[in-house]
Design a protein around this ligand. Sequence first.
Ligand code: NDP
Length: 294
Amino acid sequence: MSARIIDGKAIASALKVEIKQEVENLKSSGIIPGLATLLIGENPASHIYVKSKHRACQEVGIASFDHVLPADSKLEDVIGTVNKLNADRTVHAILVQLPLPPQIDVDSVLNAISPWKDVDGFHPANLGRLFAAKDLSELSNDKRVVPIPCTPQGMLVMLQKCGVTIAGKKAVVVGRSMIVGKPMAALLLACHATVTIAHSKTKDLEGCCRGADILVAAIGKIHMIHSGMVQEGAVVLDVGINRQPDGKITGDVDFDSVKEKAGWITPVPGGVGPMTIVMLLKNTVLLANSFLKR
Ligand code: NDP
């Protein structure tokens, strides 16, 4: 039987309508949610990503501020700009576009962003809270708001929208980056899945993946996950964005074969990608809201 497709594009566009309404509500309380982006250097892909983030902000009425620094900037220049944005009351959310030029220490920059304005959720205080959470409810309540990294959060929303039960399930996350794999594993754990994180040194990766009820591929290798690695009926979430020799974008999962075995599957493009950008908007609204309450 063929898997049901998780249409990230459709879920994302429905969410944008809800976010637009939340922005309107905030505006009636006198707050225009504001996202500032900081881009260092000339990486063409980064410029495209930042542009699309500003466009998405415009669509829902979020104010966006574009800051660009030259590729040869010093760490002090970058931290200086971050500090100005930390102090700017019109900015509720700060995004530093990664990767950074080699002379800039990424940890120093991410640590400099106020945890209250950390739209990507990469500040150690926010990542620490995510890993410490025993339950999802601990991440957003009257006492505390923790921005959850956008790509993992997007995948969680997809699972919820499809009515997938996470508690008690075996989840395998292939990839252990700080922006996708690790926070996704923490999030699934906070949803009470039994989680395995696999990586390039994992022995018997195929057997490990076959044990998964929920399989997340965040590797960056074209079609590495094939149908022999997937359990019948599993939910397969493909984070990979890989460019093929013909220029087309494809995922880490061999979609055509895996869809014959999986229960649910995300396509690439049109799956996890569109969700990531909408979660950026959602986190901006969340941080603007918490600003209102402070
Ligand atoms: P990284 O390169 O930081 O991490 C890749 C991970 O995959 C590493 O943990 C690595 O293991 C693991 N890995 C590599 N080769 C193998 C292998 N042969 N077997 C098992 N594990 C392996 O990538 P990111 O997490 O940043 O991104 C992953 C993919 O997701 C990329 O294609 C990226 O473009 C895409 N992406 C998509 C987003 C979206 O919105 N859809 C957002 C962010 C990323 P080890 O740690 O041992 O090296």
